[in-house]
Design a protein around this ligand. Sequence first.
Ligand code: NAD
Length: 248
Amino acid sequence: MGMLDGKTVIVTGGAQGMGRRHVERCVAEGAFVVATDLQAAAGDAVVRALGDRATFVQHDVTDPTGWDTVVAAALAFGAGLHGLVNNAAVYSGTKPIGEESFETFERTMRVNVHGAWWGITKVLEPMRSGGGGSIVNISSIAGTTGMPGFSSYGTSKWAVRGLTKICAADLGPAGIRVNSVHPGGIAETGMYSTPVTDQDKEQRYNAVPLRRAGSVDDVSSLVLFLLSDSSSYITGIEHVIDGGSSLS
Ligand SMILES: NC(=O)c1ccc[n+]([C@@H]2O[C@H](COP(=O)([O-])OP(=O)(O)OC[C@H]3O[C@@H](n4cnc5c(N)ncnc54)[C@H](O)[C@@H]3O)[C@@H](O)[C@H]2O)c1
């Protein structure tokens, strides 16, 4: 028996990185999955390898009308709608406030925050009418501390954390749980720069009590738990997954 048997889940940004692994692992655990992304060829390739329990919709998370198509694709599996992983995001590097452009700030907020807001807004009716659901918003450890240079990405991830708590309070009575996940550096993803030299590695991993980068499977395991009924009394909480790097 799979952790997600009988459930239908939407994963945004599912063409690569962590999102791709969430799509693969949700299907492996028995879910029907709609993967979405801007990247059509890569997204199609991900679902093609997974058989008829997964489908891909090319979609920009900032497009509200496109969200209706995504939700319709989920409902077309005929099993209701139980999960949403707001994973798609952009990161444009760091610059101190004063040097950061408004264009970067605005675009980062639009994709990372408006995109998640639209997703939550569009899934809540089908989830409510089905008796509940689980929404997992991917934030970052940049949404837990005041990291220098992160006025765009970090602010967006703090907003995702706040949106999570507020929606958890609003939607709890409908049986819809909302949690945020806060990864540290996760290897083999678009937003992680792999340390190259021994000196880089030593410097990077010495700051992590578990002395390594996270893996996409580390994060997927947490996301699957939060989507599943095993976490049925957990809502509105930030789940940090960073090998202990934010302990000090
Ligand atoms: N990689 C890390 O070390 C790390 C650390 C902390 C948090 N995170 C967060 O985890 C999540 C996944 O990160 P990743 O590194 O695997 O990402 P990634 O860059 O590998 O993939 C992100 C995907 O999102 C898609 N995307 C971007 N803008 C989109 C839009 N407007 N509409 C739809 N899709 C869009 C991209 O095409 C891409 O396929 C993100 O929310 C990120 O902020 C990542």
